[in-house]
Structures are given as C-alpha cells and as structure tokens.
Design a protein around this ligand. Structure first.
Ligand code: NAP
Ligand code: MG
Length: 484
C-alpha cells in the first residue's frame, strides 16, 4: 500500500553530534575516599566503542584489596554522613543533580560512545532521568520521618551496589540517590562494558564537595561484584542484572544478615486489543521492543495481537520498521544504535538461530548496517508458540515474538505463562479492560496505552524471577532504611 509506504521515501542527511568537547582520560583509576586511586591489582581493561570497535579508554580492575579499601572508606564516612543534618544531605544531592544537568550533553555523548545507544535516547531519556532521580531523592532527604510516620527510620550502613550496562548512568542514579539520601554510604560497581559515565559521575561527586567516602566507585568484572557481595562489612546489596547472577547472589547471601534488592530480567507482554487506537499501538510496539536496541529489562518483547486485527497490525508494524534508522549512535537521526558488546551480539544471534530452528517465521527490515561494530537489524518472529525458547527466555536485543489471542482470559493466561514478572503493556480504548488486566497480569508495572515510561516517583521492580524489592518512589527509600 503506497499510503503506508510513504516513510520509505525519506532520506536523512547526516546529523552527527559533536565529540570534540569530550575529554576522556587514557586511563581511569578507582574512585575511593574522594580520590582517584591506582588499583592495588595494577590491572586495567579496555572499554570499547561498540559502534566502531575502537578502544576509547582503559579502566581499572578492582581486586579484593581494592574492594576492602572502598568498603572501609564507606564505613568511616558512614559515621558522620549518617549524623549530619538531613537537609545538608539534601543540599549535596541537589548539587549533584544540578551538575549532571549542566554537563548533560557531555554525559549523553559519552553514554552513546561507550554503550552504543542512540544519542537521541541518551540525550532525552537517560541523562535527564538520572538528574531527576537525584532531584527527587534530594527532596526526600529531610522528609524521611514524614514518609514513614510513627516509625523511626535509620540508615542501614554501607550499601554495595552492582549495576548493568543497559542504562549505565541512570542505574547509578537509581542506586546512589536513595541510598545517600537516607544517610547510607555506597560502594558501586558499574558494568565492565560501560564504566565511563559512572567515572564521570565520580568527577562530579568530587567537585560537589560531597564528604569523602560517601560514594565510592570501583570498576571491574563480575569478580569485583562478587567481592562486594561477599564483603562482611557491607549491610545491603542492591543488584540490577541478569536472573542468573541474581540467583548466585541470593545463594551466597542465604542465612546472612544483609538486606538485598534484586532487579532482574524480564519478558514483558505487550497486548493489543481490537478496539485499540492502532497507529498509536504500533508506535508503542516499536518503542517497547526497539528502545535501546531491546537492551531493556522491561522491554515489551512478547507481542500479543487480538486475532481480528492481526493482518493490519503486522502490516503497519513492518511498514514502520522499514523507516527505522539503524547505525551510528551519535547521529541524531538514529533509532537503533549498536549492540552493546560482541558477547551480547552473539547471544542475540544464537536466539535468532534457535527461533528459526524451532520453526518461527523471521522478518527483518532491510537496513544499511555499518561494516565495523556490533549490529542487529530490528527483527520479528511470527508463528511462534508459548513453548518456543525465544518466547520464554530473555533475549535482550531487538527481537520481537508475535502471538495472537481471541479472548481476554486467553491472553491473561498466555501473558502470565513465563518465569518472569516485570512489565506488561495493554492497548485498548476500554478502561474496564485496562483495570481487569492491571489486576490479572503478574507484572510489577503495567503500562496502559503507553510503554517504557519512567518516573523517579513511581516504584519499579518485579515478581517471580524478575526480582525482589522495589526501587523508585517511597518504596525505593524503604529499601535503604531499617525501622527500630
Ligand atoms: P549481569 O551479567 O548479571 O551483570 C550485572 C552486573 O553484575 C555487572 O556489573 C556484572 O559485572 C556484575 N556481575 C557479574 N557476575 C557477578 C557475580 N558473580 N557477582 C556479582 N556481580 C556480578 O547482567 P548484564 O548482562 O550486565 O545486564 C543485563 C541483565 O540485567 C538483563 O537480564 C536485564 O533484564 C537486567 N536488568 C534488570 C533491570 C531491572 O530493573 N529489573 C534493569 C536493567 C537490567 P560485569 O559487567 O563486569 O560482568
Ligand atoms: Mg564500552
């Protein structure tokens, strides 16, 4: 249909974000006790731009001694940080928020260079939301007693925080802001492939005058994370990452008095009813699965379309996919950037092979993919069923499975038939259906006629294998307090 194919005629000129204002050090040390210090391990690893395969900096790999030093400095800082006036704690956090805003462009460019996400997203989503988290929790710092009336909330002590590579600065903000607002101190480990914005945040923290040792940032691989988890002087572990590592952490902390929150994987159902506003729903499907190349824990990676509108939705979806621009993350026209690492690309390609072997019908839009770097075109799988691995397992890439349904009860059953319970989307013009589904779907967040909307004031977290506990909002404060 020509009417639908109008997008294909668009050809955009390059619109590259400038990088000449970016200053990256050749080598990044650990941030402990308010200073950048050389790692005891003496080891550094490369951090790579996944769109060009170029090494953009080297980053310290912390060993057990380094983690001991960071925890020790957090412990010493806790003594005074937990006692200073709550409104002063708030002032520091407000200052950090404002400094992120001032340097937003620099952060956005580095996030896209180090992690591969389109500049449009790091500029409009990641960095503003990270600043918002600091603003939001800065506001709570001197109001915590009102948040929990008739209770005496006290900070926990030292929080060990481990984050993934899909929203690097934003995840650091989710973790650090509520923890320090409550009077805790922090040892945070960013993911190996995306340490740079956390280290830039360390520069801001240093400049902000935050007392030394309140926030410590130790870079390194999984083993560094394990050292934090198993450190006897850490009071709380906040982990965001895969379900497999989450289970490992649960096992190693069983019977030990350490509070944990685990934000793990997902396989969100995105449900389109025949009475939905179809064009908006198609836009919602695209956003739900292709945001950040599908590297999103709450991605709408399982699409359920009511049978009567299957052909229309799929036709419109394929048409919309044909207009998605895949390529240079630093180009403002880009919709889908680079896959974060070679390992993740191999995982996605493995699932695409499995999908084909299992009998799924694959559709990929035709797009010009750069020669260097890690790329995956937006992908659909039709003719799949509940038992297929690509329907059950988290792929964490731009791959959408499509199933159909006839009745509301059928789709509830199918949507809930997964080990995960993190997110879901519902598209319908009927409020009654929305209410029924928000009750019936076993998911921590259910979006209605929208998807992937985040706000620091709303709690986020999963059921089943998607995790334990909530981050964001008041719930996010509670996770960093004890009540005596
Ligand atoms: P991952 O492999 O579990 O890694 C997460 C973090 O844990 C990284 O910093 C990693 O370090 C570290 N780590 C690895 N092994 C460890 C161990 N044995 N002990 C302690 N820490 C260890 O996950 P990922 O691949 O980075 O991230 C993708 C996953 O995160 C997906 O499953 C996604 O759904 C989930 N996620 C969940 C949420 C949520 O809020 N529910 C949000 C975002 C992402 P290295 O990077 O050095 O390996
Ligand atoms: Mg990188």
């Amino acid at each position: 249909m020509n009417r639908l194919n109008i997008n294909k005629k668009w050809d955009y000129s390059d619109a590259l974000e400038a990088t000449d204002h970016i200053i990256l050090k050749e080598k990044y040390d650990l941030f402990i006790n308010g200073e950048f210090v050389k790692p005891n391990s003496e080891k550094y690893f490369d951090t790579i731009n996944p769109a060009t395969d170029e090494i953009i900096a080297r980053v310290a790999g912390a060993n057990k001694k380094d983690v001991d030093f960071a925890v020790d400095s957090a412990r010493r800082a806790f003594k005074s940080w937990s006692k200073i006036k709550a409104k002063d704690r708030g002032k520091y956090i407000f200052r950090i928020a404002r400094m992120i805003q001032e340097r937003a462009k620099e952060f956005a460019v580095i996030e896209s260079m180090d992690g591969g996400k389109p500049i449009r997203e790091s500029r409009d989503i990641d960095i503003p939301l990270a600043a918002n988290h600091f603003f939001y929790y800065a506001g709570w710092a001197d109001k915590i007693e009102y948040a929990f009336p008739n209770k005496t909330p006290k900070p926990l002590g030292v929080a060990g925080q481990i984050i993934p590579w899909n929203f690097p600065l934003l995840m650091a903000a989710w973790k650090i802001a509520p923890a320090i607002a409550c009077g805790n101190t922090v040892v945070l480990k960013p993911a190996e492939t995306t340490s740079l914005t956390a280290l830039k945040l360390a520069e801001i923290i240093q400049e902000s005058g935050l007392p030394k040792g309140v926030v410590n940032i130790v870079t390194g691989a999984g083993q560094t994370g394990a050292e934090i988890v198993n450190h006897p002087d850490v009071n709380k572990i906040a982990f965001t990452g895969s379900t497999a590592v989450g289970k490992l952490i649960e096992r190693s902390l069983a019977g030990i008095e350490k509070k944990t929150t685990l934000e793990l994987g997902g396989k969100g159902a995105n449900i389109i009813f025949e009475d939905a506003a179809i064009d908006q729903a198609v836009e919602g499907i695209i956003n739900a699965i292709f945001l950040n190349q599908g590297h999103v824990c709450c991605a709408g990676s399982r699409l359920f379309i009511q049978e009567s509108i299957v052909n229309t939705v799929i036709e419109k979806l394929k048409d919309r996919m044909s207009s998605l621009v895949v390529g240079d993350p630093l180009d403002k026209n880009t919709d889908i950037g680079a896959i974060n690492s070679k390992e993740q690309l191999a995982t996605i390609n493995k699932y695409i092979q499995i999908g084909k072997q299992e009998g799924g019908e694959i559709y990929q839009s035709k797009c010009n993919i750069p020669k260097k770097g890690n790329w995956c075109p937006p992908t659909l799988f039709l003719n799949v069923s509940q038992s297929h691995a690509i329907v059950q397992e988290e792929i964490f890439g731009p791959v959408l499975t499509i199933q159909t349904f006839r009745t509301i009860n059928e789709v509830i059953e199918k949507a809930n038939n997964t080990p995960f319970g993190l997110s879901a989307g519902v598209w319908t013009e009927k409020g009654s259906k929305i209410f029924k589904l928000t009750q019936a779907l076993n998911a921590g967040v259910v979006w209605a006629n929208t998807y992937n909307k985040f706000d620091p004031a709303s709690p986020f977290g999963g059921f089943k294998e998607s995790g334990i506990g909530r981050e964001g909002g008041l719930h996010g404060l509670k996770a960093y307090l004890k009540f005596e």
